[in-house]
Design a protein around this ligand. Structure first.
Ligand code: PLP
Length: 397
């Protein structure tokens, strides 16, 4: 039987205290105990099923974490107040001052900025590599290396990371492979392919409604317990716990993720082929000529397609802006950052979500100033959407 993350989520029987089919929202910051000893044991992490304080754990967050565990196949998970909280806590939990990280040069701009600018404060060094070149990854390893960090499908160049190969390199050198799977939930299960820690911005596809920011860290029991340890756990001590009301709404949205991913992928595939046919330089991992197409095919769950992200090259930032403004007026979607929303979103990555990356590095990684990243929506009539886009393209010189 092929792995089916959505059935694993559906098979969970999570009820509220009155048999509510949506588990009750636990609207409490703190929890009471009948015996003082149980409270002490809970502080030591030794009382199963007891809750202490919502920065540590909350039943609503636990329901969502359990559903993510079912989806990813990890032993455990912890939900955070943003994707960046998940990324930064996972990294800081693993690294100490003086350690070294190997990171894909192409990563979300916030992650890049954290690793390029911020971790210097802790004397943590970072080498950025072309993550598709495994020799570069191996060459970058040093005695103080602790992490190989990548995104399954990188933002915004949509490169595909070879997770099994990176996991082998990590295992050989006793490193942790940390993978951001924000672009490809359900499509790829990085943990099952050997990654040690999987992080998400749930703001994107997982929630899919653009009504909140949220994140998740999926990993082993040991790793999640260490993150939430009251004495030295990064998540517990930096405190980016997700609000339980939000956990509850994200959990409901997670139950439709499989249907949404299929439709995002179907629509993106359709538009990518149309862009290509009309002579626009098109980057979509579902196109046979995409450098990572074969690799993604080997790793993916084919039921969910090649994802909802397309990047096209309008060559200059001015042309990108003009096209985006016309598309917004034509009703294609919104000129906005972010992704995974039910409406199509488009932005010029070099000037927005990757603007943290210095221009010379943007050029080095091959990020065109005219790159327009599309997060394709759930449009029922994608042919009609294409006609609107085509009308705008026809007006470009
Ligand atoms: N990871 C990726 C791949 C992203 O695209 C983003 C945001 O755009 C993040 C992480 C950060 O997530 P958040 O905005 O939820 O903090």
């Amino acid at each position: 039987m092929k792995p089916d993350p959505s059935t694993k989520i559906f098979d969970l029987l999570q009820f509220g205290e009155y048999g509510d089919v949506n588990p009750s929202v636990c609207d409490s910051a703190t929890f009471t105990f009948m015996q003082a000893k149980t409270m002490m044991d809970t502080f030591q992490g030794e009382a199963e099923g007891c809750f202490l304080y919502s920065r540590h754990w909350n039943p609503s967050n636990k329901y969502l974490a359990d559903a993510l565990i079912a989806m990813e196949g990890t032993e455990s998970a912890w939900v955070t107040a943003s994707g960046m909280a998940a990324i930064t806590c996972a990294i800081l939990q693993i690294c100490n001052s003086g350690d070294h990280i190997i990171c894909s040069l192409t990563t979300y701009g916030g992650t890049f900025a954290f690793l390029y600018n911020y971790v210097k404060k802790f004397n943590i060094e970072v080498t950025f590599v072309d993550i598709t070149k495994l020799d570069e990854v191996k060459k970058a390893i040093r005695p103080n290396s602790k992490i190989i960090y990548t995104e399954t499908m990188t933002n915004p160049l949509l490169q595909i990371s070879d997770i099994p190969a990176l996991a082998r390199i990590a295992d050989e050198h006793n490193l942790k492979l940390v993978v951001d799977n924000t672009f490809t939930p359900m499509i790829v299960a990085p943990f099952k392919l050997g990654a040690h820690v999987v992080v998400y911005s749930m703001t994107k596809f997982i929630n899919g409604k653009n009504d909140c920011v949220a994140g998740a860290i999926c990993a082993s029991h040991d790793f999640i317990n260490s993150l939430s340890n009251v004495n030295d756990g990064t998540a517990m001590l930096l405190g980016p716990a997700l609000d339980p009301l939000r956990s509850s709404s994200i959990l409901k949205n997670l139950h439709t993720l499989h249907i949404r991913m299929k439709q995002h992928s179907r629509n993106a595939d359709y538009l990518a082929r149309k862009f290509r046919e009309s002579g626009v330089k098109t980057n979509y991992p579902g196109l046979e000529e995409h450098k990572g197409h074969q690799k993604l095919k080997e790793m993916m769950n084919p039921d969910f397609g090649f994802g909802g992200l397309i990047a096209i090259d309008m060559v200059t930032a001015e042309r990108a802006s003009r096209l985006m403004e016309m598309m917004e007026i034509a009703g294609v979607g919104y000129l906005a950052v972010s992704l995974g929303y039910f409406k199509t979103l488009f932005s010029n990555s070099g000037k927005s979500t990757s603007s943290e990356v210095p221009e010379e590095i943007q050029r080095e990684m091959g990020l065109s100033e005219g790159l327009v990243r599309f997060s394709v929506g759930l449009d029922n009539d994608i042919e009609n959407t294409w006609q609107k886009i085509k009308g705008c393209l026809d007006k470009m010189d």
